[in-house]
Write a protein that binds this ligand. Structure first.
Ligand code: SAM
Length: 243
C-alpha cells in the first residue's frame, strides 16, 4: 500500500517512521510520502490561507494551493487514482469497519486541514477525478488533520498482511465481532493481592472462551450499549442471551 500525506507541518508525521509503522516501511509493506503543502505556494510569504467569504472568525485554506498539490501528488492517470481522505470533524465517523475497507485500497492520500478547514471546492474538484471521503475520528475538534491522519493510518496499516506479529490478535480485538474486548491478564498470578481470574488458569479452553465472551458482552453493555443494539440477533448464542 502507498500512503501520501499533505500537510503544512510535515514533522508532525514523524511518528509514521516509529515502531510498527516504521517496521512496515522497512519491510516494504507500505511506502510513505509526506509532502509540505507550502511547496505549492508561489508568493513570498508561502501563504496557504485566506479570510473566509461571508465573514466570520478564522482563516480558510486556499483552493489554488491545495489544487496544485493534489494534481501533483495524485497524478492524472484515471486507471490509477488514490482514495483521497480528508479528515474533518464534520465528516462521517471513521470506524474499524472503515479501517478494514481502506486496508484493501492500494493507495491512500490524506489532505490535512488547519484553521477553519479547506475550501470546499477542493473536495468538489477532486471528487471529479477520484473517490473522496471526508471523515471524522470523533466528536471533538482538533487543531489540525495530522493527528487524525496518524490515527487512521495506524488503524489501517496494522490490518495489512505481515504487519502484526500475530494476525490473530487483530481478529480478536475490540469491534471485530461487534463487541468491546474484555480484560486481559499476565504474570504474576497474584499481584498486590489481586488474583488472575481462576478460569484463565484452568486450562479449560471452552470455559475460557465462554468467560471471555461473557466479559466482552458485559463490558460492551456497560460502556457501549449502542454497539449491542447494532449486533445482529443471529450472531448471539444461548450463552450470550443468558448474560
Ligand atoms: N471549522 C471546522 C469545523 O467546525 O468543522 C473545524 C476545523 S479544525 C479547527 C482544523 C482541522 O483539524 C480540520 O480541517 C481537520 O483537518 C482537523 N480536525 C479537527 N477535528 C477533527 C476530527 N474530529 N476528525 C478529523 N479531523 C479533525
Amino acid at each position: 500500500m502507498r500512503i501520501d500525506v499533505i500537510t503544512i507541518f510535515p514533522d508532525y508525521l514523524n511518528p509514521l517512521r516509529e515502531a510498527l509503522l516504521g517496521k512496515a516501511i522497512q519491510r516494504e509493506r507500505i511506502a510513505v510520502g509526506v509532502h509540505d503543502l507550502r511547496d505549492w505556494t508561489h508568493d513570498v510569504h508561502r501563504a496557504v490561507d485566506d479570510s473566509p467569504y461571508g465573514g466570520g472568525p478564522g482563516m480558510v485554506m486556499k483552493p489554488d494551493v491545495w489544487g496544485e498539490a493534489l494534481d501533483e501528488v495524485c497524478g492524472s492517470d484515471p486507471e490509477r487514482m488514490p482514495l483521497l481522505v480528508v479528515p474533518t470533524p464534520a465528516g462521517r465517523p471513521f470506524t474499524q469497519r472503515t479501517a478494514v475497507r481502506w486496508s484493501r485500497e492500494p493507495w491512500l492520500v490524506f489532505a490535512c486541514g488547519r484553521y477553519e478547514g479547506i475550501d470546499q471546492r477542493v473536495i468538489e474538484d477532486a471528487s471529479r477525478r477520484m473517490p473522496v471521503e471526508e471523515v471524522s475520528i470523533g466528536d471533538y475538534v482538533l487543531v489540525g488533520g495530522e493527528v487524525a491522519a496518524l490515527t487512521m493510518i495506524e488503524a489501517v496499516v496494522r490490518l495489512l498482511p505481515g504487519v502484526l506479529g500475530n494476525p490473530a490478535s487483530a481478529e480478536q480485538d475490540s469491534f471485530s465481532d461487534g463487541l468491546l474486548e474484555g480484560p486481559c491478564y499476565t504474570r504474576p498470578e497474584v499481584w498486590r493481592e489481586l488474583p488472575v481470574p481462576d478460569v484463565l488458569r484452568s486450562g479449560n479452553h471452552a470455559a475460557i472462551a465462554r468467560w471471555r465472551r461473557d466479559q466482552a458482552l458485559e463490558r460492551t453493555y456497560r460502556r457501549r450499549p449502542d454497539l449491542l443494539d447494532a449486533l445482529p440477533e443471529r450472531t448471539l448464542d444461548a450463552g450470550d442471551r443468558a448474560v
